[in-house]
Design a protein around this ligand. Structure first.
Ligand SMILES: O=P(O)(O)OC[C@H]1O[C@H](O)[C@H](O)[C@@H](O)[C@@H]1O
Length: 428
């Protein structure tokens, strides 16, 4: 992963070279703390050890029974879906991948009606094994399979912890089960059993994904000037502190659209604590140049725009045309056009003094995806250290979960009372 901070030096808010150097002393301290956490495999910090601790053979063995599947359906939510979706969307593959990560009845019905159920492998993923959306969706999928005379026990495997409803289900029906790694919160689990089982079914090279991540891990050091991940994390933190409270993640590759979603969870759940945290926004280049960019260039100076792209991609020529006004396009390629748009956006933000950071990988391949995921996780952990928040918890999310559960009669939760106490001011 390559990170270019050039366009934060003269922006507003911005960071001078001296400010970056002063920040580097704090990066050194934070790095020491992170390394100590990794050495003790402390909760959360253990995620940064995944390139070494994830066993690709274990994942390949667990999915072996599904070698002939035409499709793979991941049933999970949040960190139990977004990592797998990011890897799968980035790398494509002959086996179609689908994700049930919401409980929208219309969408679920549409998906189940369109899937070849008798040749779909189903991976039910939940770290806790208790998440209502995931378990409810699984029950719906199971019933759809039974109605289609498909033996769901032959086509389902689970990825979960040692305890919980899902573990019990796997034991009862003798389903293959992968274990979620200890000490790794869901949003940091893309490089583990949680994020890689789907990729394994699609035939992707797990070793190369982990090797890309390991390369990024090797670059972590006591200086942001030696580590792209820390450069990104430290600059994002310092810019937020100076007023760039929004981080618009804008990949220039359709295959990385999910990456921006994954990043949004990582950043929001990890850093949104005690009144602080940079708000992630999602954009896609070049599409959103024709919608959101107006705001990013001419709106408040409260945003950092992160522009992500691969340095190489498979290209496609733009045919020559007889239309004179379009002659500049003919003979060029779609990739060249996309790159020109990337650079034009970057320059236009810089000219307006809006801070932006360029993040590149060589290609959107296994290695590149491993680098990007690991790099952003390490950036997030560093940001959390600098901000002094508890990066690996999500108490605010738990509140809503308890309220919803109480409403459904799943227990006596005082949070559910707040729902009936709602103040209304309804206009018809
Ligand atoms: O994997 P699960 O236990 O089902 O959790 C799935 C998701 O649910 C929660 O709401 C958490 O806030 C997320 O961090 C987590 O990734």
């Amino acid at each position: 992963m390559y990170v270019d901070l050039g366009n934060v030096l003269d922006s507003t808010p911005g960071l001078s070279r001296e400010q970056l150097e002063r920040l580097d002393d704090r990066v050194a301290d934070a790095h020491e703390r992170i390394e100590a956490g990794r050495a003790d495999a402390e909760h959360g910090y253990a995620a940064l050890n995944l390139p070494e601790t994830t066993d690709p053979d274990e994942i390949r063995a667990a999915v072996e029974p599904f070698g002939d599947a035409e499709a793979v359906l991941t049933v999970g939510i949040g960190g139990s879906a977004l990592g797998a979706a990011t890897v799968s969307e980035a790398l494509g593959g002959d086996v179609d991948a689908y994700f049930l990560d919401n409980v929208d009845p219309e969408d679920t019905t549409r998906l189940l009606d369109s899937l070849p159920l008798d040749s779909t492998a189903v991976n039910v993923v939940s770290r806790s094994g208790t998440t209502a959306e995931t378990l409810a969706n699984f029950l719906v999928v199971r019933e759809a399979m039974e109605s289609a005379d498909v033996d769901w026990t032959e086509q389902t495997f689970v990825t979960t912890g040692d305890e919980g409803n899902l573990r019990q289900l796997a034991e009862k029906h003798d389903l293959p089960a992968l274990k979620v790694p200890d000490g790794v919160p869901g949003r940091f689990s893309a490089l583990s059993t949680v994020g890689l089982a789907c990729a394994a079914i699609q035939g992707h090279d797990l070793d190369a994904i982990l090797a890309g991540a390991a390369d990024e891990a090797d670059k972590l050091s006591g200086s942001l000037f030696d580590s792209p991940a820390y450069a990104y994390g430290a600059a994002s933190y310092a810019l937020d502190r100076r007023g760039a409270t929004v981080n618009a993640m804008m990949p220039y590759a359709e295959s990385l659209e999910y990456f921006a979603e994954w990043f949004a969870q990582l950043w929001a759940e990890s850093l949104g604590k005690e009144g602080v945290g940079q708000t992630p926004a999602r954009a896609l280049g070049a599409t959103d140049q024709h919608s959101q960019l107006q705001l990013y260039r001419a709106g408040r100076h409260d945003k950092l725009v992160t522009l992500v792209r691969p340095r190489e991609r498979e290209d496609r020529p733009i045919p020559e045309t007889e239309l004179e006004g379009l002659s500049y396009l003919g003979g060029s390629t779609l990739g060249e056009l996309l790159d020109a748009e990337f650079e034009a956006t970057e320059a236009s933000l810089a000219a307006a003094g809006q801070p932006n950071i360029r993040v590149e990988i060589d290609r959107v391949d296994e290695r590149g995806v491993g680098e990007l995921l690991y790099g952003m996780e390490a950036a997030c952990v560093l940001y959390g250290e600098l901000e002094n928040v508890s990066t690996f918890t999500q108490p605010a999310v738990e509140w809503g979960k308890r309220a919803a559960r109480g409403l459904l009669g799943g227990g006596d939760f005082e949070e559910a009372d707040a729902v009936s106490d709602k103040t209304r001011l309804e206009i018809e």
